[in-house]
Every structure is written in structure tokens, then in C-alpha cells.
Design a protein around this ligand. Sequence first.
Ligand SMILES: *Cc1c(COP(=O)(O)O)cnc(C)c1O
Ligand SMILES: [Zn+2]
Length: 401
Amino acid sequence: MDRDASLTCYNCGWKGSLEEFRYTCPRCGEPLTIVYEGGRLAESSRKELRGRGVWRYSAFLPFPEDVEPITLDEGWTPLHVSKLAGGLRLKNEGLNPTASFKDRGMTVAITDAHRRGASKVICASTGNTAASVAAYAARAGMRSYVLVPSGAVAKGKLAQAVAHGAKIVKVKGGFDEALREVLELLSSDRSFYLLNSVNPYRIEGQKTLAFEVWEQLDRSVPDVIVLPVGNAGNISAIWKGFKELRDAGLTDSTPRMIGVQAEGAAPLARAFEEGLSELRPVESPQTYATAIKIGSPVSWRRALMAARESHGAIISVGDDSILEAQRDLARVDGVFVEPASAASLAGYRRALAEGLIDNGEKVVAVLTGHGLKDPDAVMRFGVDEMEVEPGKLRRELSAYQ
Ligand SMILES: *Cc1c(COP(=O)(O)O)cnc(C)c1O
Ligand SMILES: [Zn+2]
């Protein structure tokens, strides 16, 4: 283990070591965070960056230098200039190995699972975590168990879990119920290694998006990061990444973090707007953006902290504006994303209209997952197609405008 890294609870201040690993705080139950002691971050900043992707930033990860990563070359995704608005860049996380940002955290967490000798891994998932867990477990030679909401997983994601040989458990209910089942199982059965974002190693991997954006912008930080929020691990992770960049002395500014939820699944947007310090879960969340169809986000406390500390916000957008954003990204920018990812652009538009973002500010919208994940969703765009008899193409086409 890494001597300069330890576990801490950002809620109550509990501290523990990485040797006696646990996911949640023994005192208050919050997900734990990995912190780096003393001059560790400054020291990391002096190390040369080598390679590409998540492991390029291994000096900022909680492993000894001789760690052997279990990797599929995740990260190093493009930062496209958008044609939709001046100053808007698109971080295309759909181009990761299993086509979502989940791979950034998974390579780091599965590397840890392997070091601890785990043979079985488990997660609850709306689909993308399941796909990523299944692929990385296959790579590591481990068995994977994925709990998904019965009948509510997008086709592409389920296909990936099947392809990589995961044991698929369908839970009657939504994501929140599936996660509750997994956490309850783990409280009495320690033989599984947990790969949900309560695992602090997932957060360590996902924070590397911040480092990459900083490098892609010639070692500068954007004014705003806008991203979809479901279980709220990613907003917490990316904010941690930017704070570490600052604490390492590599930048003096940090971006405002703007999290976006779907209106039918927006407990955090409501808590932020109303200035609440407790979360009121949404009982049966509704949205066609299934990756963020979550009513009781595990990382709600640290997500609110990220929004408040960074002078950002958590807002919500309707499914109609998500659909419109998804179509615009595909048809104007040529970037095909799943519905949840389009919430970034829908949220950007709303934030601009409400003055949370100024025209011309440098904004990075995180596009979290690929459009092929959810092929059924795009049928809502309206399909422009015709059928022709062989030999009649020319005549039929001239009538088809
Ligand atoms: C997991 C996921 C999200 C939500 O991320 P959280 O860390 O749960 O907030 C958003 N979009 C896509 C495509 C995802 O797979
Ligand atoms: Zn605590």
C-alpha cells in the first residue's frame, strides 16, 4: 500500500488506513475518500508524466510505483470544439474502452481488487457500470456479478455485460433498490469486492479527467465544467481532481462545477436550490436518461460540497431539452451520445439562459457515454427512411425530399 495515502470521512473527520480497507465510514456511514498526506501532492507534481490516459497520472494514484495496472487503455479522450456555442468544448468520454467514463474508475478499482486478492466483484448498475465491471473482471480473470433494474437497462449496455460473461441479476425495482441489495449483502458477506462509486478507488480513477482537461487546454483550467449527475460519484471525483491540481501547485484557479439532473430524478438540484443540508430522496425517479435515473444518490453530500465550494450549481433539465440536445450533438457536432450525456448540453443551455454561465466563458461539457449504448432512445429523433424496389431508386428518390 501507499504510505502517504489514507482514508478519511469528509463528513465527520474519521481517519483510517488503506490496509484495513473499507468503503464507508464506521462512524457516520458516508463513503470514504482517499487523501494524500504532507508534501505528497507537491512531490507528485514534480514527477514526469509518461504514457497516455489514466495511468499517465499514476503519481497521483494511491499505489506504489511498481504497481502493475489492469488496463484496457482508458482515458485520453478527445476534447472537441463544439459548433453549437462559442467557448464550448466537448469531452468525449464515450470513446473509452467500454464506451463510458466508468472505465477510468474501473481500471484503478480493479487493480486494487487484484492486489487484495479478490476473485469475485459485484456492483449495482443502471448499465454502464455493469458493462465496465464485466469487461475489467474478464481482463483480470475474476467473476463478476451485476445487479440491474429489471427491464430498464439500455440494450447496448446489457449486451456488453452478456458479452463479457457477467452473472446478471435482475432486481425488481430501480437502481436505488439494486444498490441497497448489494450493500446489504456486503454487510454480511465480505467475499465480494464492491465496484460501485462508494469504492474510493473508483473516484481516484475518475478524477484523472480533470488532469487530462488541464493538459488538453495547454495546462490551464476551464471556467466551468458541466456534467450529468446520477449517483454523484463523478462530480465529486472531477472536483477532487481539480483541487489536487491546485494543491499540487500546478494551477491557481479551479472551475465552477455545474451538475445537471433530469427533472424527474432531481433530488440534488432541489437540495441545492433550496439550500438544504439533508437530501430528500425521490421515490420513483422518472427520465428517459436511464444512466441518471437515480432517486437517492449515494454521494449526495460530496456533490453538494463540490457545487458549493466551486461556486457552481446543481440544476435540472426536462427530458424534452435532453432529447433536443442529444439530437443537436449528433446532427451539428457529429457526436453521438446517450441521453444522460446530452443533459450536459441541455444544462449548459439552461445555465447560460439563467446567467450562471456568461457568453464566451470557456466551458467543458462532459459527454459521459456513447449513443450506441441506447439504440432505442434515438428512435425518438424521428426516423427519415424509405424502402425501394430494386430498379426504382432514381424515380423514388426524386419524390423523396
Ligand atoms: C454513470 C453515468 C452517469 C452518472 O454518473 P454519477 O457518477 O453516477 O453521477 C452519467 N452518464 C452516464 C452515461 C453514466 O454512465
Ligand atoms: Zn464519517
